[in-house]
Design a protein around this ligand. Structure first.
Ligand code: ADP
Ligand code: MG
Length: 358
């Protein structure tokens, strides 16, 4: 049985706003789950309902199979880290770490042992006497994480904990949090709007869109086998290219180019005659020039962005646009005409109406 179960969870705020719709999810003990989605899609609301900081309007929340809707945050055995570090400014790092244990009346020598062990995991041993104001953003966030993990709770919740850090600190803390999870094995739900964090940290990713949960999967599943256009476009940078069109004689057109769908050898496409279909391919799967077993497209290069390890090439044909991710040595000239290929094996097709993968 799952450790945490969310069954048809809804959140309707007192002002009538329906922020979370029929949220269903089962989380196994020890899993690292990431909720990802753009601002306002209901990630924090869902996390706060799990934490017990927000009432659940309807549905069941179970911990270890037992209904927990009515339990307060303390009884749920959760620890939470927020975007704002929420440290006690007048207390040293040591006391910040020790505080929750002191409240619980834990023996001082036990507290000391735990504080030292936690500080060691987080690289804070040399900073125990410092006050929060004398720490960098990354160090403060580490103290906040330390305060959460020092209590041996079953559920560890983090809401955008890295968004106040600069890019470099974010990368460091990202791997540290993954490492801490490996050591503690605590069931973790991590909220972010950053798909890179989701891809690198998660056992499973929960993409949310406007209060609705999207099909859940591992990072590999979401990248290689996305269930719908939204998930396909959300995971990957630059996002997947989509060409929408009506199928005529088994063909779709991309500007002046025609795609013969029969070449894919997929019988499902025959039922789309006269209907809308979405042709998708990832920028990194496009190849400049012509290769075999691929669709060829002629297009115009509108813009190139050299990023060091790759170049993003923005191309257009008629009204249609796409981004190609190519080796910087192969960067085409801006305003030139070029040809690129999309291997048949890298093509995604989605239903134009439901936007679900075919
Ligand atoms: P996220 O964390 O994904 O950015 P939130 O869960 O904070 O999104 O918010 C989801 C939606 O619910 C937003 O449209 C937000 O404006 C709304 N919302 C959040 N808190 C309240 C509240 N207390 N009352 C009414 N609406 C709220
Ligand atoms: Mg939020």
């Amino acid at each position: 049985m799952a450790y945490l179960t969310l069954k048809n969870i809804n959140k309707i705020y007192p002002n009538g706003y329906h922020a979370v719709h029929n949220f269903n999810l089962e989380i196994e003990k020890g899993e690292f789950i990431v909720f990802v989605g753009s601002s306002g899609c209901g990630k924090s609301t869902t996390l706060r309902m799990i934490a017990g900081l927000e009432d659940i309007s309807s549905g069941d929340f179970l911990i270890d199979g037992k209904r927990a809707n009515e339990l307060g945050p303390r009884q749920r055995e959760v620890a939470m880290v927020f975007q704002s570090y929420a440290l006690y400014p007048q207390m040293s790092v040591y006391d910040n770490l020790a505080f929750s244990l002191m409240l619980q009346g834990v023996d001082e020598d036990v507290i000391e042992k735990k504080v030292l062990a936690t500080a060691k995991i987080l690289g804070l041993t040399d900073y125990l006497d410092r006050m929060p104001r004398a720490l960098s953003g990354g160090q403060r966030q580490r103290v906040a994480v330390g305060r959460a993990i020092i209590r041996k709770v079953g559920i560890f919740l983090m809401d955008e904990p890295l968004s106040n850090l600069d890019a470099k600190q974010r990368v460091t803390m990202r791997s540290e949090i993954t490492q801490i999870h490996r050591v503690t094995g605590a069931t973790t739900i991590y909220v972010t709007h950053d798909q890179t964090e989701a891809m690198t940290m998660a056992d499973r990713i929960v993409v949310m869109k406007e209060g609705y949960i999207q099909p859940v999967g591992t990072p590999r599943e979401l990248y290689f086998s996305p269930a719908n256009v939204f998930v396909a476009g959300f995971i990957g940078e630059p996002p997947m290219n989509f060409i929408r069109g009506t199928v005529r004689d088994g063909k779709l057109s991309f500007g002046s180019n025609t795609i013969d769908l029969k070449l894919l050898g997929r019988t499902e496409t025959s039922s789309y005659e006269g209907k809308e279909l979405i042709f998708g391919f990832r920028p990194e799967h496009a190849v400049l020039g012509s290769v075999e077993d691929a669709y060829q497209f002629s297009c115009r290069v509108e813009l190139t962005e050299m990023l060091g390890d790759n170049t993003n090439v923005y191309v257009a044909s008629g009204e249609d646009n796409a981004i190609l991710k190519v080796d910087p040595h192969d960067t085409p000239e801006m305003d030139s005409d070029t040809v690129f290929s999309v291997p048949f094996s890298k093509v995604y097709l989605f239903d134009g109406e439901t936007e679900e993968v075919i």
